[in-house]
Design a protein around this ligand. Structure first.
Ligand code: OSB
Ligand code: MG
Length: 374
């Protein structure tokens, strides 16, 4: 396809409820939308880097710079429009997977819209509905947490994920388990623990609550300590931040660092790397599931299509639009069924319609690139 124009747009949306992890509390989300125009069609992508380098070293500003000075010029100068060509060529630039992912996903949306098929078909997905879970941040009190869990269960979510950190962990899980003995429950520490006696005792205590998994207790690079911990735990460990590509996924499996992997296309550099991780896990009989970064409906719709691949086997961190934002950027909003599933859109591309008026309202900065600029 002949690309006419690319736009990047820095947007910000307030959350309906603050989101607190071991890394801190956030009241809103800032992200970059990527729009690629060709032959009268627009492909949309979302870069999940946040304002500050907390979850990852990337920020909205580093991603903006990578897109503006390197990735978009590369794409335009080499006339790339196929996602795979872009993925291969963009390897020349080290790191910055979130910046790459936003652009690659826009190319996928464009390609699928041009072919007139939904993304899940292009990916070879097989699940028509995907199971939905909800990730609940650290609250001001345990009673507020219990109320939130109750409300989400009533909406039908199939599992609850709790954000934990030292001090908001063992007693919280004990209390939640007492109130909800049978629910599918898991926890995510975003690397808040270290391999020391104190923290190890806390993590071993968590082993008694029938958790589906414990996600990312240690810092991202630490495959070794995750492996040592997994030896002593019955509960499967799940890695999120540690898995940067298919090669680290293989090493984590070989070392025994985890038994489950959380794939986020926005974190690992896009759909192609996500599929590589999915495939290497499938080959080694390790199930995966789809994580989220509190994306707008645009990024989340991309994740929904990815999660239709056959080795995605747990409820995902893909929840209804209204759980994140009062007014999501898409129509129809993403919703969950009474069975706690999300129906995968069947229209071309991401299969939902970005609402330009709402995007303009959320927009703080926009830059347009044309072929003639290079
Ligand atoms: O670690 O999974 C995480 C949100 C932002 C950054 C990191 C994480 C999360 C979530 C929310 O857990 C998942 C969602 O989008 O619902
Ligand atoms: Mg996580």
């Amino acid at each position: 396809m002949k690309i006419d124009r690319i736009e990047i747009e820095l947007c910000s949306l307030p959350y309906v409820h603050f989101f607190e992890t071991s890394l801190g509390r956030e009241e809103d989300r800032t992200f970059i939308l990527v729009k690629v125009y060709a032959e009268g069609i627009c492909g949309y992508g979302e870069t999940v880097a946040d304002k500050a380098p907390l979850y990852s070293y990337e920020t909205t500003q580093t991603a903006w710079l990578m897109l503006k000075d390197y990735l978009i010029p590369l794409l335009i100068r080499k006339s790339l429009s196929e996602p795979l060509d872009f993925y291969e060529e963009a390897k020349i630039f080290k790191g910055h997977p979130m910046a790459k992912a936003g652009l690659e996903m826009a190319l996928w949306d464009l390609a699928a819209k041009q072919k007139g098929v939904p993304l899940w078909k292009l990916y070879g997905g097989s699940q028509k509905e995907i199971p939905s879970g909800v990730s609940i941040g650290i609250q001001d009190s345990q009673s507020q947490l219990i109320h939130r869990i109750q409300a989400f269960l009533e909406e039908g979510y199939q599992r609850i994920k709790l954000k934990i950190k030292p001090g908001w962990d063992v007693s919280v899980c004990r209390n939640v388990r007492e109130k909800f003995p049978d629910i599918r429950l898991q926890v995510d520490a975003n690397g808040a623990y270290v391999y020391c006696l104190d923290d190890k005792k806390r993590l071993l205590d968590l082993d008694t609550f029938g958790l589906e998994m414990i996600e990312q207790p240690f810092v991202p690079y630490d495959l070794w300590d995750h492996a040592r911990l997994q030896e002593d735990l019955h509960t499967p460990l799940c890695l999120d931040e540690s898995i940067i590509n298919a090669e680290t996924a293989r090493k984590a499996m070989e070392m025994g660092s985890c038994r489950v992997i959380n794939i986020k296309a926005g974190r690992v550099g896009g759909i192609i790397e996500s599929k590589r991780i999915h495939d290497v896990c499938q080959k080694n009989s390790m199930p995966v599931w789809c994580g989220g970064m509190l994306e707008s409906g645009i990024g989340r719709a991309h994740n929904v299509h990815l999660a239709t691949l056959p080795n995605f086997k747990f409820p995902h961190d893909l929840s209804a639009s209204k759980r994140y934002y009062a007014e999501d950027l898409i129509e129809p909003p993403i919703d969950i069924t009474g069975q706690g599933t999300i129906k995968v859109p069947d229209l071309p591309g991401i299969g939902v319609s970005p609402q330009e008026k709402r995007i303009q309202k959320a927009s703080q900065l926009k830059k347009i690139f044309k072929k003639s600029d290079f």
